[in-house]
Design a protein around this ligand. Sequence first.
Ligand code: SF4
Ligand code: FES
Length: 364
Amino acid sequence: MTPRPFSLVAELTYRCPLQCPYCSNPLNWSSDNYRTELATEDWLRIIQQARQLGVLQLGFTGGEPLLRKDLEILVEAAANLRLYTTLVTAGTLLTKERASTLHSLGLDHIQISLQDSRPPESDYIAGTPSFHQKIAAARLVKELGFPLTLNVVLHRQNLDRIEEIIELAETLQADRIELANTQYYGWALKNRAALLPTREQLEHAEQVVKAAQQRRKIPMGILYVIPDYYDKYPKPCMGGWGQRTLIIAPNGDGLPCQAAMSIPHLTFANAREHSLEYIWYDSPAMNAYRGAAWMPELCQNCDRKEIDWGGCRCQAYLLTQDSTATDPVCHLSPQHSQILAIREQVSSNQQSDFVYRGMERDAK
Ligand code: SF4
Ligand code: FES
């Protein structure tokens, strides 16, 4: 039986003042397909339908959701329906006035991305000066009494400062930190040579994170996500395809994950024409890899098949051009040698130049 969706990720826009080289938005984020964003009425209908479907959490994200002038209207509608709401922002556009209004309208929680602990390094990764605005935004969030999550995407260019990053989060009195090693799709895959860390960096980071977890200065804890290229088994991506989370892209496409559009043969039902109920339960793309029936024999006969669900479909497609293949990250996969070869190249690779999101406007 298909479970109801637990959370809705509302990608309000793919526009963003930052240009992070690991952005999860599609490579062609600025194409005509995404330029025509859903209208306020569309989002109000989607939020209403999400509640009826049983959704409990709603994340407003992007791109930069603060670029939408109707954010306040959407937050108020969601709060009136008693959804737990999170604003996922880069922080650079969070003024005191807007933050106070969002607070009074019922926004529950704010998550701010940090790129690094030091201004020049952070600005280099973001592709634009932004560090000081982010720190000011984090202070503002605490001052207004919101719970604050800091999200730091980790990679070879910032992992050596993991102590400083955690200390900065402690100084800012973050309630929670997400330290998420980069996952390699879209922009991150394009920049993998500059982003994939060494095993030594990861071993050091794990010790630092463990020590910080024991210090317990972050009340809601530190979530540490290791890069699956260094794991024995793949991750249960999104908790399984179409199992918990429904994503609505800025153009209205209903997706099971933020990279699903990288699987070219999938067609996504759009919330302009279809109800969320249809998209979640009946649309072909949402059902394409739901459950275990689609799995290759290797996964079908494996006792982890309902733990990791065969791994990430997008990663399987991007590495093998077969979206029904076992995720090559799995050490049992016939294509696992690809991952071993990529890992071997890392220690000799000194590349630190990025292809920034936005430099190739309509990259395919
Ligand atoms: Fe997971 Fe498939 Fe690997 Fe088993 S064989 S661990 S189900 S990816
Ligand atoms: Fe799409 Fe993992 S990112 S299934």
